[in-house]
Design a protein around this ligand. Sequence first.
Ligand SMILES: [Zn+2]
Length: 127
Amino acid sequence: MDPINPLEQALHAARARVLADLVAGQVAEADVVSLVEESIAQRRWWVEQWPDGVAFVAGLVAQDVQDALLERHGRWPLCPVCGSGDPHALDVEPELGPHPHWVCHKAGVKVASVGSLGSATGGMMSS
Ligand SMILES: [Zn+2]
């Protein structure tokens, strides 16, 4: 085990970023955290097959967790930008690329980098 293995580093960073966004959305429950671990395990295999994909891991894990949550808990993360209308989820953009962001397609805005939703939602956890 090499502690500075770039794959493990990328997976660790992806896990931390997605967990931070889950905490920001107040959905970081034990079963949700296990969804993140499941995605990390799958993406580890995926990057081993395609090492060039290592930069895309954070965005992919975010999308995996979003899909898994949709089935079990509902939409995540809810858009913090649009104050009215139907609650809707943010999307990851680019779907396959480095530096993934959460975007609201309704308002057409970038909301935050994946991993920084907490600051975009005004630190609602700080009470
Ligand atoms: Zn919106």
